[in-house]
Design a protein around this ligand. Structure first.
Ligand code: URA
Length: 435
């Protein structure tokens, strides 16, 4: 087989065979094909697209390029959830304890954040001592004991994806549904859970900016997951504004604790209840989503979900006093209140720009080795459709750097669009996609 022939075939709009896809993925991962040839192939794929079969073979070839994580020593049906990335998305910190409190194992291997979307591991590390670097046997033991653990991916999973994604990033070939779906799903399927719920975000703070793109990505991922033998479904959810009110690591942990106690923002709570009920159905804990929602709500009302978070923090060496009293979490030296200069309704805000404000305060990573300021971030006091009077606080800026804080203050005033009431109000759950 020759890579030249594969590029030519794709350039001329013919579908590639399973063997051809395996060949280029394997040989590229092993360093036997140069970047310039794979760049040409990626561009041919980008322009001519891939069939469903090609996308599935690509996903499988990427999985086969590395290790897989066998979770069979964890008792019961294991479920996983994945978000395609948004701003202020702390659902894993809430959903995991809820599911575990319902008696379903939540064994989650998570990643770190890059850019304006924060990672679950970074958020957990704002709790003093919290250990995300568990060995495989420690991870399995903890899940078998308390039904929940969240740790970092130690295994060498999907090495081909790391190389392909880095190359796509610099060759303008990221935005292709088959390439995105195979990249995301290979990483999910390499960890062998029984059921997966995907939260595909759409809007100004998401990777997918319009509903058509988000739906086709969701369909593609649901198809790949099920064809691979895993029960997979997706919801498409609104990311035209950050989820909840907090953006930033310790701030999001604090908000997660409030939500587990039933005192959190309604959009964040709603999304966790919806995703949670779907996970309970996949795990066959309940027979329908209505029952699932009821069971999840009870974990908030009876305190069992909150106690699960405490238990996980204790088992992973975190300081539980920071959960019992969230004022002990890292706090910033300064809090600036951004005051509205006008009266009206919040019509829109660009969630990505809000995320980038939090990033420039130090809440996220500009590059893989940037250091995160755990206490920095934003708390939104007004969201879309809220009424605002001149002088009302729109956002609280938490910062350790007054100069950066002042700069973000000005940017936020530009980001908030305040005027007449919107004719259509915001919906959080936009689509549900099943196989
Ligand atoms: N996230 C991924 O992991 N891969 C993509 O291709 C896009 C987003």
């Amino acid at each position: 087989m020759r890579i030249y022939d594969i590029i030519e075939k794709k350039r001329d709009r013919h579908p590639l065979s399973k063997e051809e896809i395996n060949y280029f993925v394997q040989e590229y991962a092993n360093g036997n094909i140069p970047d310039y040839q794979i760049s040409a192939l990626l561009m041919a794929i980008f322009i001519n697209k891939m069939t469903d079969d090609e996308t599935f073979y690509l996903t499988k070839a990427i999985i086969d390029s590395g290790e897989t994580v066998d979770l069979s020593s964890i008792k019961g049906m294991k479920v996983d959830k994945h978000s395609t990335g948004g701003v202020g998305d702390s659902t894993t910190l809430i959903l995991g304890p809820m599911i575990a409190a319902c008696g379903v194992p939540f064994a989650k291997m998570s990643g770190r954040g890059l850019g304006h979307t924060g990672g679950t591991l970074d958020k957990l590390e704002s709790i003093k001592g919290f250990n995300v670097n568990l060995s495989r046997s420690e991870f399995v033991d903890i899940v078998n004991k308390i039904n929940i653990s969240i740790c970092s991916q130690t295994a060498n999973i999907t090495p081909a994806d790391k190389k392909l994604y880095a190359l796509r990033d610099v060759t303008a070939t990221v935005d292709n549904v088959s390439l995105i779906a195979s990249s995301i799903m290979s990483k999910k399927l390499a960890i062998q859970s029984d059921g997966i719920v995907l939260d595909v975000k759409v809007g100004s703070g998401a990777f997918m900016k319009n509903i058509q793109q988000a739906e086709s990505l969701a369909r593609e991922m649901v198809r790949i997951g099920n064809d691979y033998g895993r029960n997979t479904l997706a919801v498409v959810t609104n990311m035209d504004q950050p989820l909840g009110n907090a953006i930033g690591n310790a701030l999001e942990v604090k908000e997660a604790v409030k939500t587990l106690k039933g005192e959190g923002p309604s959009d964040l709570e709603e999304l966790c209840i919806v995703l949670g009920s779907k996970l309970l159905v996949l795990a066959k804990k309940v027979s329908n989503e209505l029952e699932g929602k009821e069971m999840i709500r009870q974990t908030i009302e009876n305190g069992s979900a909150y106690r699960k978070l405490l238990e996980m923090v204790r088992y992973q060496d975190g300081d539980i006093s920071m959960i019992e009293d969230t004022k002990l979490l890292p706090t910033a030296n300064y809090i600036l209140e951004v005051k509205s200069t006008t009266t009206g309704y919040v019509r829109a805000m660009n969630a990505e720009k809000i995320g980038k404000c939090a990033l420039s305060l130090g809440a996220g990573r500009e590059t893989l080795d940037s250091k995160i300021d755990m206490s920095a971030g934003l708390v939104l006091n007004k969201k879309i459709d809220d009424f605002v009077e001149e002088g009302d606080t729109l956002v609280y800026i938490h910062t350790n750097d007054m100069v950066k804080g002042q700069e973000v203050y000005k940017r936020i005033l530009d980001i908030y669009d305040i005027g007449d009431k919107n004719l259509r109000s915001q919906k959080l759950i936009l689509e549900e996609i099943k196989y």
